[in-house]
Design a binder for this molecule. Sequence first.
Ligand code: SIN
Length: 285
Amino acid sequence: MSLRIHPLSYNLGAEITGVDFSRPQSEQNLALIHGAFLDHSVLLFRGQPVTREQHIAVSGWFGELESNDAAPVMRIENYPQILMVSHKPNPNWKPSDDYVGKVWHTDHSHTLHPAKATTLRGVEVPDIGGDTMFANMCLAYETLSDGMKKLLEGQHAIHPVGVHTRRIDKSSPQRMAESIRRNPPIAQPLVRVHPDTGRKALYLSVKLKQIVGMTPEESAPLLDYLCRHSEKPQFVYRHHWRKDDLLVWDNRCLMHMAVNDFDKTQTRYLERTVIKGTPSGYATT
Ligand code: SIN
């Protein structure tokens, strides 16, 4: 079985075939996979009914794993490296109910060690919908005018931790206050240099409200423009989930979002690992 790389769209994503997850990989295969990760930013391994141990081992090909101490509620017993990303059918569900991950964002940008990569394994997926979309932020940056690139040079934006995220423990008012205190807003560069490729990428999230040194009102039109620019279809790959898909993506040059459009009487259950990144940004309080 020899490893092959099949691009999934013109600008982003590749499916890797010919990898047997039940065996250790050769140095040559690992180098090819890592090269494809840097070239395509999203890798898909299809039809891989892996165990949790294998999921953890495959994640380790990309670096050191997070143990998710900040999100204990979603951890899986005995597998601290794996988090549940889950919608289970719920008779009380209303269209307005929140669903984690449904806006464009990049993992852990509200921390001083934003994630290098994330992996997501499709354990149970709805028949239709519940896709995950990815935006290529290097292309988004490279297609800006020189004037806009100059305006963004050296600028930072504030990445808040939303109270609805898994990092905030809402089990009591005291715990909530403590976890908000432990997660102050972080200022991140608006343009980030990818540590492995040297390419520049916009570093955004729809949750951003303010550029450092500007008021929220002044910041909003620029942040809104940059997000809308980055979401253009030509920068985006949309992944339609199948059971036993394993996706790996590079948070250093992508935004992603889950599309909250599936039949809520069906289960969407994915398991996720996060690979640690390098330090970035500074705390604002
Ligand atoms: C996430 O935003 O980290 C999860 C993405 C998804 O549920 O597709």
